[in-house]
Design a protein around this ligand. Structure first.
Ligand code: HEC
Length: 150
């Protein structure tokens, strides 16, 4: 018990440091990363912009995350490639967004290892690749968002 009492201030101190580091952007939450790196285009509610050619994410993200080829596609979307997030941060962000706007049930969570593998798997032409995927999804009765280059 005495040991616990002695340790408590240390734990409290460590927690304070983590909070401060987060406030300085050293360890952002997935939502903070979305706000900083995605929401400028996709908007806070993920609705995007039809006029701006930015597809909405809510209700459509799960179509990609439930399919291995869709998961590969996601890791090659330009806005995600350019995000400068590391594998673990990106896995965390995609899981967060899928819980929020995708299909939280029907998919396995991304791991840093999977993200690393997918990022290292070349996709020659991402627009063409999406077109092929969407053709299959529509046949399977799944929904996809309007896209600037259908
Ligand atoms: C500079 C604006 C911009 C930023 C920043 C951006 N995106 Fe995008 N995003 C787009 C546009 C435009 C498209 C559609 C064309 C394309 O793929 O580039 C798109 C496509 C997507 C798609 C594919 C949707 C579909 O139906 O195929 C996903 C998923 C996505 N973005 C997620 C993200 C995430 C997550 C981030 C942040 C890490 C992000 N984007 C950052 C503009 C952006």
């Amino acid at each position: 018990m005495l040991l616990l009492l002695l340790l408590l201030p240390i734990v409290a101190f460590a927690e304070k440091n983590v909070a401060q580091a987060e406030a300085h952007g050293e360890k952002n939450t997935p939502w903070q990363n979305y706000v900083l790196r995605c929401s400028g285009c996709h908007d806070m509610d993920g609705s995007g912009s039809l006029a701006g050619g930015i597809p909405p994410l809510p209700g459509f993200l799960g179509t990609f995350t439930q399919d291995p080829a869709g998961r590969l596609y996601l890791m090659h979307v330009p806005g995600i490639v350019a995000s400068s997030l590391d594998d673990a941060q990106l896995a965390e962000l995609m899981n967060y967004l899928n819980d929020k706007w995708g299909d939280p049930q029907g998919y396995p969570a991304f791991t840093a290892q999977e993200v690393k593998t997918l990022r290292g798997t070349p996709v020659e032409d991402v627009v063409k690749y999406r077109r092929q995927l969407v053709k299959r999804y529509l046949k399977e009765g799944m929904k996809t968002a309007d896209y600037p280059w259908p």
